[in-house]
Write a new protein. Structure first.
Ligand code: DX5
Ligand code: ZN
Length: 216
């Protein structure tokens, strides 16, 4: 099965957002990955609701919104209204994660849970059957363009087993430092979705980079 490719808009040229979204529309990308950072959960601040609405206005692909914010449960409806199709919250940021997941689904979105590099895959066991996606961080969240953490391969293999054990249908998404070299071993280990920011947007031809990732 071909991988799902989700270019991260964080690495795009914000002064030409419509053009960048059009590039993704015209590419073989499947989703648009949208990184929201609050300056509290992560050291960086990215963008918020008005920018997501602007992206949604032009996007022809589903918005895969990755919340790197504390207490994400406070904003579920807001992100639905802004245009999120899939909403991921961090396991480290939501005290009542099970309830948060139910709220995301009740709002009509697919539900994802993101885990930091230090978080054990086993911590997902009691929610895996309820979710559509695990966003596995392969860098420490907060910035694009960081180096891929090699331990991710082992975690993907472990998560694949746990997904089978719990009869979950969750997809495994890899987020951070994805490139031409690690994409294939990640897919071989069991990943389904590849997020790519700098690898796509620092290229002079993002569409062909997306195509290459799709055909790996
Ligand atoms: C990091 C974000 C990532 C980031 C990926 O906190 O969650 O989605 O945009 O960017 P690259 O592919 O450049 O590592
Ligand atoms: Zn992300």
């Amino acid at each position: 099965m071909k991988p799902i490719i989700a270019p991260s808009i964080l690495a795009a040229d914000f002064a030409n957002l419509q053009r960048e979204v059009t590039t993704i529309n015209e590419s073989q990308a499947d989703w648009i990955h949208v990184d929201v950072m609050d300056g509290v959960f992560v050291p960086n601040i990215s963008f918020g609701i008005p920018v997501i609405k602007a992206i949604k206005k032009h996007a022809k692909k589903p918005l895969d919104v990755h919340l790197m914010i504390v207490q994400p449960e406070r904003y579920i409806e807001t992100f639905r209204e802004a245009g999120a199709d899939l909403l991921s919250v961090h396991i480290e940021a939501s005290t009542h994660l099970h309830r948060t997941i139910q709220q995301i689904k009740a709002a009509g979105m697919k539900a994802g849970v993101a885990i930091n590099p230090h978080t054990a895959v086993s911590q997902l066991s009691d929610v895996l059957a309820d979710i559509d996606l695990v966003c596995m961080m392969s860098v420490n969240p907060g910035f694009g363009g960081q180096k891929f953490i090699e331990n991710t391969y082992r975690k993907v293999a472990e998560l694949k087993e746990l997904i089978a054990e719990t009869k979950s249908s969750a997809l495994i998404e890899i987020d951070g430092g994805v490139n031409q070299e690690n994409a294939k071993p990640l897919l071989d280990a069991g990943a389904h979705v590849l997020v790519a920011g700098n690898f796509v947007f620092s290229s002079s031809d993002p569409k062909s980079v997306i195509q290459k990732l799709k055909e790996i």
